[in-house]
Design a protein around this ligand. Structure first.
Ligand code: ACO
Length: 428
């Protein structure tokens, strides 16, 4: 963050106020309004927070106009090409890339913590079979505190909680899937890497052993790296906001999972596949585009548009390339990919989408990658949650360590009735 040498003038009534200008390391500017109400009696109103910075952060930089995304300064393209998900998680949480020895130790710790308390397994095996895996996952993460009570040393407590979450979320995710299908859960194996272990826990079965494929493991690795953090999005803000009440990290992450579930956020990857399947089955692409453009119709092209990106989402470009390579290697031809490519081409030439800066986002092709890996549609958002976990943890840690951190408590402009007398029930 730069020095606060410039000010912004606010004129209200016959008074002039000077508000400090904050400049980030990439030159983004903000008006510091932390003393605005105290000095002027005014608050700001910004529904959806599109113009509001909720914090300063050194984790992720994104430029929505230029299509840039970097974690701790490193372009996501470089990480997707060279890093592993575990190494990227380390980078986000510990602020730097690990040395070889540190990475090995981190992997061993994750492996040691991968099992889930047997009582917890029994408890969740009784969840209704039709439950959505995101609902099960959010409940399970919150329940972790009950099964793993707090340690007395605060430093140790944080480190072990972070490790537990990173390792167990993957186990819980696979468990939630097995439970939702009424199948017996598969235990993690110490000889497998993080991603390979997840795939094995998802797909191995007593009647059909699972064959691990390096290309599939790599694709999953890249998928998770691309989702690892995205600065102050809806679920991350939920983690920070809930965390600001000083709840446990488990409770804050559980809130993040609940927020991610929504179709306008992480749930979009599932919604994209449902939309593409509908278009493929009913051959109604033209109608879908017309509906998306109709102001009176709530239908939107899922996987299009983004609050911050007003150009191509850089993650989408990597995802699309990976999608082509994976399908090619696995010799899969997915009719939904043809629909997606055609829809993208039509939308990108359409004035409505051009004028509204609507480009495909990361979710547009991620569902097709997930299908190729064999992930069922209702698990797509769970895959996103595993990927986003390191980001949530890094953001939560940063907020807890911030000396200026406060309980998150926005204000409002009240528009209801002014003082009104209570009317007894007999006189209404
Ligand atoms: N299809 C059609 N029109 C759209 C779409 C879309 N996908 N997205 C936005 N618009 C239109 C809106 O109707 C609005 O039009 P108007 O100004 O003429 O009324 C305009 O574009 C701006 O839309 P807002 O909703 O105000 O923009 P916002 O920044 O709030 O929306 C969002 C971002 C929620 C992602 C939106 O683009 C959307 O709903 N997309 C589809 C869902 C999706 O793909 N979500 C995943 C996002 S990425 C992620 O979370 C990982």
């Amino acid at each position: 963050m730069g020095t606060m040498t410039e000010f912004v003038k606010v004129i209200y009534g016959d008074k002039e106020f000077q508000l400090p200008l904050i400049v980030g390391t990439e030159g983004e500017k903000a008006i510091d309004i932390s003393k605005l109400r105290q000095e002027t009696g005014l608050i700001t109103l910004d529904t959806g927070y599109a113009n509001t910075g909720s914090c300063t952060s050194s984790i992720t930089f994104m430029d929505g106009e230029k299509g840039i995304l970097r974690y701790r300064g490193i372009p996501v393209e470089q990480l997707a090409e060279n890093s592993s998900f575990i190494e990227t998680a380390y980078l986000l949480i510990n602020k730097r890339l690990p040395a070889r020895q540190e990475l090995t130790e981190f992997s061993v710790l994750l492996n040691d913590n991968s099992l889930v308390h047997e009582d917890m397994r029994d408890f969740f095996e009784n969840f209704p079979r039709s439950s959505h895996p995101m609902g099960i996952l959010s409940s399970m993460v919150n329940a972790l505190r009950s099964f793993y009570p707090e340690l007395h040393n605060p430093g140790e407590e944080i480190n072990i909680t972070v490790t537990r979450l990173l390792s167990k979320l993957r186990t819980l995710a696979a468990m939630s899937y097995k439970i939702s299908r009424g199948h017996r859960v598969v235990y993690p194996r110490p000889d497998l890497t993080y991603g390979a272990n997840f795939l094995n826990m998802m797909f191995d079965s007593p009647v059909r052993p699972y064959d691990l494929d390096e290309d599939v493991v790599n694709a999953l690795n890249i998928f998770w790296i691309l989702h690892a953090d995205h600065e102050q999005n809806c679920s991350t803000s939920a983690v920070r906001m809930v965390g600001s009440a000083r709840v446990t990290l488990y409770a804050a992450i559980s809130a993040g999972i609940a927020a991610l579930w929504g179709p306008l956020h992480g749930g979009a990857n599932q919604a994209v596949i449902e939309m593409l399947s509908d278009i493929a089955a009913n051959k109604n692409m033209k109608r879908a585009i017309e509906r998306a453009k109709d102001k009176n119709d709530p239908f939107r092209l899922m996987g299009f548009g983004h609050r911050v990106y007003k150009t191509f989402d850089p993650r989408m470009k990597i995802m699309k390339k990976m999608c082509d390579t994976l399908l090619d290697k696995l010799k899969i031809s997915d009719p939904l990919l043809d629909v997606a490519i055609e829809l993208e081409q039509i939308a990108l030439k359409d004035d409505y989408f051009i004028d509204h800066n609507l480009y495909p986002n990361v979710d547009f092709y991620s569902g097709i990658v997930m299908r190729a890996i064999g992930i069922p549609t209702n698990m797509f958002t769970v895959m996103f949650a595993i990927g986003r976990l390191p980001g949530w943890i890094a953001q939560w840690k940063e907020s807890q360590d911030d000396p200026n951190w406060k309980l998150c408590r926005p204000r409002q402009i009240y528009t209801g009735p002014t003082e009104t007398n209570y009317v007894p029930i007999g006189k209404r």
